[in-house]
Ligand binder design. Sequence first.
Ligand SMILES: N[C@@H]1[C@@H](O)[C@H](O)[C@@H](COP(=O)(O)O)O[C@@H]1O
Length: 269
Amino acid sequence: MRVIIQPDYENLSLWAARYIARSIKDFSPTAAKPYVLGLPTGSSPLGTYRELIRLNKEGYVSFKHVVTFNMDEYVGLSAEHPQSYHRFMWDNLFSRVDINPKNVHILDGLAEDLELECAAYEALITESGGIRLFLGGIGADGHLAFNEPFSSLSSRTRVKTLTYDTKVANSRFFDNDISKVPSTALTVGIKTVCDAHEVVLLANGHAKARAVQAMVEGGVSQAWTASALQLHPRSIVVLDEPASGELKVDTWKYFKDIEAFNLDVENLL
Ligand SMILES: N[C@@H]1[C@@H](O)[C@H](O)[C@@H](COP(=O)(O)O)O[C@@H]1O
């Protein structure tokens, strides 16, 4: 696991966006060989999306041959619902870059047969050649996508019941009214994420510091599902300083030292 510690959210976002843009460029995707990108919602990736939009507008990177798979979606919300992850992705990224709408995949929380929807999603990822890079965030309780604490580390796309803590955290988008937050969601599994060629996870702010400590320094555990990334051969955790606040001083120094030459966001372009 690599850990990139940036001084603030701005630099975390620039680093992640430029790393992704560089990866897409180096891959030289074509219609026959698209770049398959896994994407999250949430506040953590907003800065990364802003920089990807800028890099797209400036002609540095194109999404023409990028195929996307989103991590999750609430059950029961239509694509048009203001808090659906469909709407979030179109508002914050897809409508502002040159992506082909046919290449966008997001789980349908209104599907008649939710299990079939999940199985078809996994099959589609496999048919697309597998995910090249999965970008993710992390919940304060260490959840990745909607893989809540004690989700199986070998889980695949399925229906999950949300924990009280997650509903409280996400109620900020539902008029601070927990009763408006859906109780279930469709989510890729931990195994689905870990099957990606590469995983980049973003964590910013002190509220994530405890989860980051468990994910980076704790053992691999279903109690902190993002800790499964320790077993991934190419996982990168990108932090701002507040999110790194619970790491041991030695851990912090180790990653600052080993990544010293990789921290400059300008070097990535
Ligand atoms: N399903 C999403 C996760 O994918 C996201 O990582 C998490 C943290 O969100 P935020 O980035 O807003 O802190 O929230 C939700 O539960």
